[in-house]
Design a protein around this ligand. Structure first.
Ligand code: PEP
Ligand code: MG
Length: 883
């Protein structure tokens, strides 16, 4: 027989899944001997069974509820019909993870027309008794029969007004009786129901209402937003009532054991005398600070401090405690780990270690990686945000931060505005390499197309510029310089605010608060580095990015995208010359120019990274990305002039190079099969630069990476060519450089032949952006449009460009890893796609034994802490840290 109901003395804190967070903690506090009113919990399993069986409480469940109710009556010496010892109970929901949106609480359950009289006599306070009854009618009606609370509130307000009564406390017994009668009428009028007079019926209906609320719309949406599975169910807690509103020696309140905003170690909270919990929440009366309880009730305060410390030590975390004082006696109604700001989270975690209450590993586990962005980027002021007018909230949060600026539709206009002293936001359908300068000077970038690995997203993240992509609700006309959205239009120069952390865009300016990475953050980062066996590198190629990555102590660079180095005017010109000319001498001249530029680039990089490993990826994009757009006449004429060729010839070459499916086209290693000199030039530049920097005392060990390999033959061809070229180069330079040559694994075929590729590579780096694109056959630049619908319709749980698709893409990564490591046990494996900065994906990469992940510099803290958390979880900790 399944056990559905647990007395508080039968459970403990580890039973969250079955008893819900609230139930598990009430049980834990009971077993610690703390003053918790007696009660029992009906399990989450009962909830799921109830929902699965067309909302029927089974006989078995009913019997167990009744038995536990009987036991509660014995334990408290009270019953639902005892004149001298009347039992009243509260009914509260409680899922495994705290979940606002579900039905929450019904108090004073058990009162009816008869019991209210008993209660009045018993407490010798009829006004109090009738007020409790009035509250029950309202809560029960609202929660169980779904009668909007406003019906009751409106009537009460009207009654007070017509009878000239100021506050609820001034209501006399007769007033309350009349209000109660009216409330009963509301039941009839709105729900066509009668308030049940039988306490057991009240209880069963309340339990069913809590169970059903698991599936209400708000709860469903909340679970989707917070990644909470839909199959968990909620538990129901039934607990003897204690009354904070039974006089001036009574009260109710909520307290955090530390300040949840700053993390400071002082008790933080509020309470109200002579009140029930809902009064504190409703905000009708202004609560007093918890500190003032010391003067009002010194003994209770001392007891509360004792209990708060006990609970914090017991749980090893800051607690959020709900309490009630009934006639001078303290009762605990709930304790849970308190919600906190990111700043407070770091502070509390570090302080708890310093106070000897938790280990460093526990401290690292306490950090919610999702919230770290809040610490590293400015965010909008919470108050200002409430007033702000939303343009759209359905963009993808591609690069975190909060920014305000005037919108411009192209890089040149943005640059002019910046020169004139404006802050700008670049708004485009999508970005391309030509926009790079405009992107770098913008406060934020907004696109209507593209996903989390689109050009705009990748580049903005790398630059640390706030960015929202795939805003489907914005129709952007770059020629008319006009954005149309469901609520209106935006013209060039309009001031907007962009939230890169949640993907929302607002009209006008919103005040921001600066980021606050402090000592506690550095401490957690240090511990995380010591703990994690997975290394974190950065994807970076500019000085600013590399410096950012190094400030977060990246272990090296996992990806230098060399094509990003070609956007400066003079380099682009030489690259174009190389691509367009068909004269060998001119091609060679262009290449030797580019070689010099590249040597400078790599010297700059290696000088910063010194002995740290650096993966330099050879050119990857299709060649036409370097060419002007054929329909941009002005640009075409300019480029033709620069190269000294006719416009017609240029147009012809651009046409020749244009591809229908460029992402599946002539790119990556395929370029080098056609134009081997390109890769040889780049490899030479890398080695020359390494040799130069080594001459200053460093030991640069470049890792040369060939992208988009799908066949062993491609890799072996290029590797041999590069090695031969470098051999004679090193002889010529009369020096040694310890370089390696590896490949990206970003095609499904490459995963499947990984055991063959190992023979020609010194390392692999998984390019999860392309691998996801090629595995699903989803264009990484366009798929955002329908992926949102897929997610909304429940076809897929999450965007696979944001979090690894374990079943498909993950399985390919796993296959390649196994094949490679079977051949060579210590073969070096890393990840350099965007998933390298995503905590859930990092856990997978860590579990299958990769050596490192590489991500954009601002994601390093998230990745580092996620890697340490995974090491703790799977017990692969590099070193156990001493407290
Ligand atoms: C990848 O495909 O995952 C990758 C890192 O390369 P890129 O994003 O430059 O195509
Ligand atoms: Mg790629």
């Amino acid at each position: 027989m399944t056990k559905y109901v647990y007395n508080f003395d039968e459970g403990n804190a580890s039973m969250r899944a079955l008893l819900g967070g609230k139930g598990a903690n009430l049980a834990e506090m009971t077993s610690m001997g703390l003053p918790v009113p007696s009660g029992f919990t009906i399990s989450t399993e009962a909830c799921m069974e109830y929902l699965a069986t067309e909302k029927q409480l089974s006989d078995d469940m009913m019997q167990q509820i009744e038995r536990n109710l009987d036991e509660l009556q014995v334990r408290t010496g009270k019953s639902f019909s005892d004149d001298a010892n009347l039992l009243l109970v509260s009914v509260r929901s409680g899922a495994a993870q705290s979940m606002p949106g579900m039905m929450d609480t019904i108090l004073n359950l058990g009162l009816n027309d008869v019991n209210v009289e008993r209660f009045a006599k018993l407490t010798n306070n009829p006004a109090f008794a009738y007020d409790c009854y009035r509250r029950l009618l309202q809560m029960f009606g609202n929660v169980v029969y779904e009668i909007s609370g406003s019906y009751f509130e409106r009537h009460l307000a009207k009654y007070k007004e017509t009878h000239n009564i100021k506050t609820d406390q001034d209501l006399q017994v007769d007033d309350l009786k009349q209000v109660i009668e009216k409330y009963k009428e509301i039941y009839q009028q709105v729900a066509g129901k009668v308030f049940p007079q039988d306490p057991k019926q009240q209880l069963l209906e309340a339990i069913e209402a809590v169970f059903s609320s698991w599936n209400n719309e708000r709860a469903f949406v909340y679970r989707n937003l917070n990644d909470i599975p839909h199959h968990g169910g909620t538990a129901v807690n039934v607990q003897e009532m204690v009354f904070g509103n039974s006089g001036n020696q009574s009260g109710t309140g909520v307290a955090f054991t530390r300040n949840p905003a700053t993390g400071e170690n002082i008790l933080f909270g509020e309470y109200l005398l002579n009140a029930q919990g809902e009064d504190v929440v409703a905000g009708i009366r202004t609560p007093q600070t918890i500190a003032s309880l010391e003067a009002a009730m010194p003994d209770v305060y001392a007891e509360f401090i004792r209990v708060a410390n006990l609970l914090e030590n017991h749980y090893g975390d800051m607690q959020d405690i709900e309490f009630t004082i009934e006639n001078g006696k303290l009762f605990l109604l709930q304790t849970r780990n308190g919600k906190r700001t990111t700043k407070a989270a770091f502070q509390i975690a570090v302080d708890l270690v310093k106070e000897g209450k938790i280990s460093k590993e526990d401290a690292v586990l306490k950090i919610d990686t999702k919230s770290i962005d809040q610490l590293l980027h400015p965010s909008f002021q919470v108050e200002a945000l409430k007033e702000a007018e939303l343009i759209t909230e359905v963009g993808l949060p591609a690069s975190p931060g909060a920014a305000t600026g005037r919108i411009y539709f192209d890089a040149a206009a943005a640059a002019r505005a910046v020169e004139a002293g404006e802050k700008v936001i670049l708004v485009r359908q999508e970005t391309s390499p030509e926009d790079i300068t405009g992107m770098s000077i913008s406060e934020a970038i907004v696109t209507s197309r593209g996903g989390m690995t689109s050009h705009a997203a990748v580049v903005a993240r790398g630059m640390g510029v706030c960015c929202v992509v795939g805003c489907e609700q914005l129709s952007i006309d770059e020629h008319q310089k006009l954005v149309t959205y469901p609520g209106g239009e935006l013209t060039e120069g309009t001031l907007i605010s962009v939230d890169g952390t949640n993907g929302a865009i607002y009209l006008g300016k919103i005040e921001t608060v600066p980021s606050e990475a402090e000592e506690a953050f550095q401490t957690i980062m240090q511990w995380s580095r010591e703990i994690s066996d997975l290394k974190i590198r950065m994807n970076a190629e500019t000085v600013a990015d590399i410096e950012t990555g190094l400030s977060f102590e990246a272990a090296g660079i996992g990806l230098v995208r060399t094509e990003h180095m070609f956007f400066k005017e003079e380099r682009l010109r030489e690259m174009r010359r190389f691509i367009i000319t068909n004269r060998k001498t001119e091609q060679d001249r262009a290449l030797s120019q580019i070689l010099n530029y590249q040597i400078d680039d790599f010297v700059e990089i290696f000088s910063l990274t010194q002995d740290k490993p650096v993966v330099v990826r050879l050119l990857d994009p299709p060649l036409h990305e370097f060419l002007p757009h054929q329909h941009n006449e002005q640009e075409m004429t300019k480029v033709a002039e620069q190269l000294g060729i006719s416009s017609n010839y240029l147009a012809q070459r651009v046409m020749d190079l244009t591809e229908v499916n460029p992402m599946l086209g002539h790119r990556g290693v395929r370029l080098a099969v056609t134009y081997p000199k390109l890769y040889l030039m780049q490899a030479e530049a890398i080695i020359r630069a390494a040799a130069q920097v080594n001459a200053t005392g460093a030991t640069v060990k470049p890792e040369i990476m060939i992208p988009l390999v799908g066949m062993t033959e491609e890799l072996s061809l290029l590797k041999t060519q590069i090695e031969e070229h470098l051999k004679s180069l090193l002889e010529e330079l009369d020096t040694q450089v310890a370089y390696t040559i590896g490949t990206m694994i970003e095609l499904p075929r490459a995963c499947l032949i990984a055991d063959q590729l190992v023979d020609y590579a010194d390392f692999f780096s998984f390019g999860t952006n392309d691998l996801t694109q090629m595995t699903f056959g989803f264009s990484r630049d366009d798929a955002a449009k329908f992926i949102n619908q897929y997610i909304g319709d429940g076809l897929m749980p999450i965007d696979p460009f944001q979090t690894l698709d374990v079943e498909g893409v993950g399985s390919l990564v796993q296959t390649a890893t196994n094949l490679a490591r079977q051949k060579q046990a210590d073969f070096k494996l890393g990840v350099c796609g965007e998933l390298g900065g995503d905590p859930k994906s990092i856990e997978f990469f860590h579990q299958i034994g990769l050596d490192y992940v590489s991500c954009s510099p601002y994601r390093i803290p998230i990745a580092q802490i996620a890697a340490a958390q995974s090491a703790i979880k799977y017990a692969t900790i590099k070193e156990k840290l001493e407290v």
